[in-house]
Design a protein around this ligand. Structure first.
Ligand code: PEP
Ligand code: MN
Length: 350
């Protein structure tokens, strides 16, 4: 829209868009408003929009993920900086990397509080812990959420309590649509796991809670697919999206050595394509605790806005993913070194 466009002119464009069965994404920047189309654009007589009152230009953005693209944000902000996504009191995408840490699964109140205390001392900002665990085998521990609704709610309330006690924001994964409301009640951020990256209905339901979402890349998804599916969150008017690179399927016998392959180049590529922050998960990407330090450093050197790392005071005791979990002391080393690397590359980044 022209910088002098009136509210009535903006409302009129929105009305025109809706007439064709599409939704309008209205972004009000400091200097002007940009209206994006959401839906089947083939129904739209595109050139008609260019001549509506108040419209400056009608531009076709070809990308399947335009609402989260830098090309789009550049139009309303003048700049194309990274969006800072607020998670409780923590901002992801700002000047400092953010560290998300905690157990793979919440197992007990005592376990969670002890880990929360440890990660806080190590310098982490956000506490993670699975209540509804996606597992490859039905015969393994599925998280306390699998026992029943009461147990799920109790585990979620521990997360909230531990977060409040140690001044950490909290995040946990939502595995299915029925869990969305319950999880949103207790956490600052909702996580979509790798196995659900393609679940449009779950993504849309979660986006509508208007909470920030950590969106993990499917282990078989290309970059365009990953970004196209995160666009489903933006299409609901929720741009508080943090992307997570967590490794893709390894080639050949690669699986004998690492669980997945951390796609480091995807980090700066995605930062050039979108204004969304991106974090890396070296724990699930490698499946090996002896690689977590190096791959954390590498991800921060690649420009990641933060990391998600699995931590336990006694990794061997963990019911899930014990082989990839590090201790709070090791996390402290990771965070200290990553901060130094970040400072070194900050001025050079992108
Ligand atoms: C997790 O973060 O708990 C998890 C299961 O990761 P992913 O979905 O990346 O496998
Ligand atoms: Mn895990």
């Amino acid at each position: 829209m022209k910088s002098e466009a009136t509210d009535a002119e903006i409302a009129n464009v929105v009305k025109e868009i809706r007439k064709y069965g599409l939704k309008a994404d209205v972004s009000r920047g400091e200097f002007r408003t940009v209206i994006g189309l959401v839906g089947d654009e083939s129904k739209i007589p595109f050139s008609n929009f260019a001549v509506l009152p108040g419209v400056k230009e009608a531009v076709m953005v070809e990308r399947p993920y335009k609402l989260i693209s830098k090309e789009y944000s550049r139009r309303f902000d003048g700049a194309a900086e990274c969006r800072v996504v607020k998670v409780g009191n923590v901002g992801i995408g700002g000047d400092e990397p953010v560290f998300i840490a905690g157990p793979c699964a919440v197992e007990s109140k005592q376990q969670l509080f002890k880990i929360a205390e440890g990660i806080k001392k190590a310098g982490a900002h956000i506490l993670r812990g699975g209540v509804f665990k996606p597992r490859s085998s039905v015969h393994s521990f599925q998280g306390l959420g699998a026992i029943g609704w009461k147990e799920a709610e109790e585990a979620l309330s521990w997360l909230r309590e531990a977060g409040d006690k140690f001044e950490l924001s909290v995040i946990t994964e939502v595995r299915g649509e029925t869990q969305v409301d319950l999880v949103a009640k207790y956490t600052d951020m909702l996580q979509i796991g790798t196995r659900n990256m393609y679940d449009q209905d779950l993504i849309t339901t979660m986006a509508r809670k208007n909470k920030p979402i950590l969106f993990k890349r499917h282990f078989g998804a290309g970059i365009e697919e990953f970004l196209s599916f995160s666009e489903y969150i933006a299409a609901e008017g929720n741009k508080d999206i943090v992307l997570c690179e967590r490794g893709v399927l390894p080639l050949g016998k690669g699986k004998d050595y690492t669980r997945y392959t951390l796609d480091l180049a995807a980090i700066p590529v995605i930062q050039k394509e979108t204004y969304l922050p991106i974090v890396a998960d070296p724990s699930h990407a490698t499946g090996r605790r002896d690689l977590v330090f190096n791959m954390s450093c590498a991800a921060i050197a690649a420009g990641a806005n933060g990391l998600m790392i699995e931590v336990h005071y006694n990794p061997a005791e963990s019911l899930v993913d014990s082989q990839q979990i590090i201790t709070p002391d090791e996390l402290k080393e990771v965070i200290g070194t990553c901060r130094r690397i970040h400072r070194l590359i900050a001025t050079k980044k992108n």
